[in-house]
Design a protein around this ligand. Structure first.
Ligand code: ADP
Ligand code: ASP
Ligand code: MG
Length: 407
């Protein structure tokens, strides 16, 4: 008998029929003698609908109240799934994040889980119940409802699996595993049987939304056995996220290609080329809690230089306002912004032992006439910022150039 945490995403619970199918799958696992804890997302489209509603009543909604509203989608699905389970003869009990006491910090809309009280869940499981927990939400120590950031139900699933020391955490979604790149963009993308935590962390942080990055961090930290599977297929092993690199097989150089459209580029032109300038530009941006991603400072001419960096698009206007405020003080000539930037990255632990990945990447993009605006590298990834209109082309040609569909 195993203890399994199963997380079902929005599409998987997107209609009453699909919720009934989830109930059948859960019943199958229980009938095999396993204890099952289920984490569900809101029905697909619901969280977007709720966010849009809040924007209709307030230009910039208060984050605490925003969380009160957007967390409700998951409350609907836990109730519906529990009913569907009861309807086919199982004992089931739903819990909101606050009821199961998923304690988080107070960073509304992007809260971090601090602690989970797993005792009531264990009692229910021992009584033979299926426990159904709302994903994406928690409660802070003042009792305010918090949410964990978009895609946060993955993190609820893995955090519960860690707290319960579950045998496996299964993430059921609308694809049958982690692919070499988003199969919606490249139909030839190949499903991976395994991917290392390191690679999955990079893929998630660079834009592959199949798993929320924090869920991967949790799984790595607490050694949770994590698997991504399809909720629409009866059979299949999905993709296992592994700790060890596969040393038996010839390691592919690149495991996957990630991309992110949510990039905006800002260039501060003609700043004095002297010590402290990066701090003077980025200090006020950091103080406003805005995450800066890629940064480049150009070679100076005549005592001045240009300084570029990227932020997420939602933060662009705010960042430009901040820099306009400090422009005179810094001595900058002008501030330019570009909303149509995108980032594409190649990821793979095999890069460590195979030189030439960067040159192959740059040559491939050059052959298509795609201009590289920024570059950043780590041991296992190379990212470039390009014009968004070439993003899909870039992903497709790189996928082919690194032989990902045939490996
Ligand atoms: P859920 O609602 O189940 O959480 P998501 O939409 O958050 O599902 O994540 C699944 C989607 O992630 C897929 O439909 C796919 O388009 C996208 N995706 C992006 N990159 C990848 C990848 N490398 N492998 C598989 N899916 C990916
Ligand atoms: N419902 C939330 C969202 O759409 C959380 C999730 O689906 O994981 O982001
Ligand atoms: Mg998701």
């Amino acid at each position: 008998m195993a203890l399994i945490v199963q997380k079902y995403g929005g599409t998987s619970v997107g209609s009453p029929e699909r919720i009934k199918n989830v109930a059948k799958r859960v019943a199958k696992f229980q009938a095999q003698g396993h204890q099952v804890v289920v984490v569900v997302s809101a029905m697909s489209g619901e969280t977007n609908r709720l966010i849009a509603l809040t924007k209709e009543v307030a230009a910039s909604p208060d984050p605490r109240e925003l969380d009160v509203v957007v967390s409700t989608g998951e409350q609907v699905t836990i109730g519906l799934l529990s009913m569907a389970l009861q309807d086919i003869g199982l004992r089931a009990k739903s819990y909101t994040g606050a009821q199961v006491r998923i304690l988080t910090d107070s960073a509304h809309t992007k809260a971090r889980i601090l602690n989970i009280d797993e005792a009531p869940i264990r009692r229910d499981l021992q009584e033979g119940k299926v426990v159904v927990v709302a994903g994406f939400q928690g409660v802070d120590e003042k009792g305010s409802i918090t949410t964990l950031g978009r895609g946060g139900s993955d993190t609820t699933g893995v955090a519960l699996a860690a707290a319960l020391k579950a045998d496996e955490c299964q993430i059921y979604t609308d694809v049958d595993g982690v692919y070499t790149t988003d199969p919606r963009i490249v139909p030839e993308a190949r499903k991976l049987d395994t991917i290392t935590f390191e690679e999955m962390l990079e893929m998630a942080s660079l834009g592959s939304k199949v798993l929320q990055i924090r869920s991967v961090e949790f799984a790595g930290k607490y050694k949770v056995k994590l698997r991504v599977l399809s909720s629409f297929q009866e059979e299949g092993e999905g993709t296992l996220i592994t700790v060890e690199e596969d040393t038996n097989m010839e390691q592919p150089v690149i495991s996957g290609i990630a991309f992110n459209r949510d990039e905006a580029k800002i260039t501060v032109l003609g700043v004095p080329d002297k010590p402290g300038i990066a701090y003077q530009i980025l200090g006020p941006v950091a103080d406003a809690n805005i995450d800066v991603d890629m940064i480049i400072q150009n070679v100076g001419h005549d005592g001045t230089t240009d300084f570029s960096f990227t932020v997420s698009r939602g933060d662009l206007d705010k960042t430009v306002r901040i820099l306009d405020g400090v422009k005179a003080h810094i001595g900058a000539r002008a501030i330019e912004s570009d909303k149509a930037a995108a980032k594409v990255s190649v990821v793979g632990v095999g890069m460590r032992s195979h030189p030439g990945v960067a040159s192959r990447m740059f040559r491939t993009l050059a052959e298509e006439g795609i201009n590289i605006q920024m570059i950043s590298t780590s041991e296992i990834k190379i990212s470039v910022v390009i014009d968004e209109k070439y993003l899909e082309l870039a992903v497709r040609v790189l996928h082919k150039a690194f032989g990902l569909e045939t490996a």
